[in-house]
Design a protein around this ligand. Structure first.
Ligand code: GLA
Length: 702
């Protein structure tokens, strides 16, 4: 609910348990007033005011502007920095008007002198205690305005407190690791300058006062940016008590030529508050994704068990080999059979072929449909890998259109994995991608696209565009991907899209509004995955998290894990299998069949239920994650033991998320037990040795 106090000109946005208040200051700016637990009365929320001045510090510096133009003596991170046609580089934004609908508040700010306005928007997701921030810059003049920094908004957490910052870092084969540190009096920048979201940092943060929050208790403020290009989140803490968080498009090497009578809308910045710890913060983000953000057609559908042949065959396959793998996959219960890299052009390795999206006639003399028919006859859907944004210099496409890649005419074109990036700022390039993808999807009954993106940007030149538009590529590329997938989904609404970028290099709240699921990491080692998947779960829901069962001895680190352990780890998200099934024994296939069957039974709880991180794999020999369905009558717990030593008895595992007074039966036990007892007393564990695991199902019986 949005409440307006016209006496004081303050707006209070109330969600289920939280409130976010802003107000008009005597300076004419819209300032932050309050963020935290909802208060009983409108009069409880303070006034908007500028604080006292100190020598060397103006009141404006101490004030908490929600959308600050770079002007006057303002030294913190601005949301808008621009140069007008007359070279004035000072954006003086003042409150003009406001409007609201049931769930959205829009504040209009106007520049004091120039016909430039900003619509600052807050959309409430009341049930999840989340607010979506964005801004639209409107140029109402007859001249261009050069935007040099445009963020989605600034937000604040209560002053004069210490905060612990939580964030996701990573690398290739080691994505989404959750790290924490105390936010000292400094400025911290989380960002990507790589052209896409990146493996190295993910646009998400948490802040908990004094580092006191746990999974189950305490206040947690969090934010996540919905953008898949260069992004930036800054956290500023000064000695005057202010803690300011700003997020949006990265201003590094950025500018946007805002033409007369045109707009620029920022990506959405989702901010939230939990007074029940990190667990509830994550669950609210997960619910938001499952109920609002994921692409609508398949949002409510369960994701299928897939097989992907990449780890099994790499580039070395033909129709015959794929057909043999398909028979095995179907026999263990796989529902979606995906062919990875290598089916097209002259793609025998990663040196050639990207860009030539015709079926390789040596590998598939009858085209792809011969194999697809076999896959469909086995009762499975068919999926295909593509990497549409890329080209190998050794390709017909590049030979025909060497200017279609980002480059600077006088510089070398740096190759990574022997490939260059197509310039999606160009309309003809976007049309070409829509064209070949549309043809591929029209000529073949394909139900799933694995869309890969295997390198970061270099030499981001767009030589045929005007100089004033050169630095727009960072945004135009990401918007180009969104536009292409939107067009393809309009034409092929039943096709699911997976976002992959050398593993989890492009996972964010922006991409998942276009893509139905993501590839979490090229690291499929089931033990390493526990850490990657735990970090992933801080920001993203299990339904979109693809996880594969792969080699018994993993090539990355030679760790040997049982089939059961590998399945259990992969069953915590969207189960897939990536191993060479032709090498599996009959006993392994039988065991796999049972485990796939188990997954299909628990899949609604895992994919659509609420997730509870019971024990973190970060610091524990024992780790556990639990999923509970929405009606709290079914649950499933995944438990993993690293090692047990000194003949120690494992502690009981205390569960969460169940109804206190309901009675539950633990799989394999005779005596029902209350939800409260499961929380307070816990369940006995029978794990032993190294790398043991178990999955326990729990059903409500009274
Ligand atoms: C990337 C992906 C892998 C696989 C290869 C194919 O590394 O993350 O899953 O698709 O490309 O080249």
């Amino acid at each position: 609910m949005i409440r307006f106090d016209d006496q004081r000109t303050i707006w209070v946005m109330e969600t289920k348990t939280a409130a976010y208040a802003i107000g008009l200051c005597e300076s004419g700016t819209i300032n932050h007033i309050y963020f935290g637990e909802k208060l009983p009365y409108l009069s409880d929320y303070p006034n908007a005011s500028i604080e006292a001045k100190y020598p060397y510090t103006l009141g404006s510096e101490l004030s908490a502007e929600e959308f600050m133009g770079w002007s006057k003596a303002k030294f913190t991170e601005p949301c808008l920095k621009a140069t007008f046609a007359d070279h004035v580089r000072d954006v003086v934004l003042e409150y003009c008007s406001w409007s609201m609908t049931a769930d959205t508040l829009t504040i209009v700010l106007k520049d004091q002198h120039y016909p430039l306005s900003v619509l600052v928007t807050y959309k409430l997701y009341e049930e999840f205690d989340i607010i979506e921030r964005s801004a639209t810059i409107v140029n109402e003049s007859e001249q261009c305005v050069a935007l040099e920094a445009v963020l989605s908004g600034s937000t604040y957490v209560p002053k004069h407190q210490n905060y612990r910052l939580g964030y996701l870092t990573g690398k290739w084969v080691g994505e989404t690791q959750f790290d924490q540190m105390m936010l000292t009096t400094t400025k911290v920048v989380l960002e990507s300058r790589r052209g896409t979201t990146s493996h190295f940092a993910n646009p998400f943060y948490t802040l908990d006062p004094n580092g006191q929050a746990t999974e189950k208790s305490g206040e947690v403020y969090f934010g996540a940016l919905a953008f898949s290009g260069n992004w930036k989140i800054t956290l500023e803490k000064d000695r005057l008590g202010l803690v300011k968080i700003s997020a949006g498009v990265n201003d590094f090497d950025f500018s946007w030529d805002l033409k007369p009578h045109s707009n620029f809308t920022t990506p959405s910045f989702y901010i939230g508050y939990s007074n029940a710890g990190f667990g509830e913060a994550s669950r609210n983000l997960h619910r938001l994704q499952r109920q609002h953000l994921l692409p609508a057609p398949a949002r409510g559908e369960l994701r299928k068990v897939l097989y992907n042949s990449w780890d099994a065959t790499y580039f070395d396959f033909d129709e015959d080999l794929q057909a043999k793998l398909a028979v095995e996959a179907a026999s263990i219960g796989v529902e979606l059979f995906v062919i990875d890299d290598g089916w097209f052009g002259k793609r025998m390795n990663d040196k050639a072929g990207l860009g030539d999206w015709y079926v390789n006639p040596e590998k598939f003399p009858r085209g792809l449909n011969g194999l697809i028919e076999k896959v469909n006859a086995l009762g499975m859907d068919f999926g295909l890998w593509v990497e549409p944004e890329m080209v190998n210099p050794d390709s017909d496409l590049y030979r025909a259109h060497p200017n279609w890649v980002y480059h600077f005419p006088t510089r070398l074109r740096t190759e990574i994995r022997n490939q260059l990036i197509l310039n999606l700022a160009r309309e003809d390039v976007r049309e070409y991608i829509v064209g070949f993808m549309d043809e591929l999807l029209s000529k073949h009954p394909i139900k799933f696209i694995k869309w890969d993106m295997n390198r970061n940007f270099s030499e981001p030149g767009n030589p045929e565009a005007p100089i004033s538009e050169q630095r727009e590529v960072w945004v135009r590329h990401a918007l180009g991907v969104y536009e292409i997938v939107t067009k393809l989904k309009e034409r092929h609404p039943k096709v699911l899209f997976q976002s992959c970028s050398g593993g989890g290099g492009r996972v964010d709240l922006g991409i998942i509004q276009y893509f139905d699921q993501v590839w979490t990491s090229d690291n499929t080692d089931a033990y390493d995955r526990l850490r990657i998947q735990e970090g992933f779960s801080f920001a993203y829901c299990a339904k979109i998290m693809e996880a594969w069962v792969s080699d018994e001895v993993h090539p990355l680190n030679q760790r040997k894990l049982s089939l059961k352990y590998r399945f259990h780890s992969a069953m915590m998200g969207n189960l897939g299998i990536g191993d060479n099934l032709l090498k599996w024994s009959d006993t392994e296939k039988e065991e796999a069949r049972e485990l796939v069957e188990l997954y299909k039974n628990i899949r609604p709880i895992v994919q659509h239920g609420d997730q509870y991180r019971l024990l973190s794999p970060r610091n524990n020999e024992l780790s556990a994650t639990m999923y509970v369905n929405r009606s709290k009558d079914e649950a499933v717990v995944f438990i993993f033991l690293r090692s047990n030593s000194f003949a120690s008895t494992l502690p009981k595992l205390r569960l969460d998320g169940l109804e206190d007074h309901a009675l539950y039966l633990i799989e394999g036990e005779q005596q029902p037990i209350s939800g409260k007892a499961l929380k307070q007393v816990g369940i006995k564990l029978n794990l032993i040795g190294d790398f043991d695991s178990t999955v326990i199902r729990i059903n409500r019986v009274g």
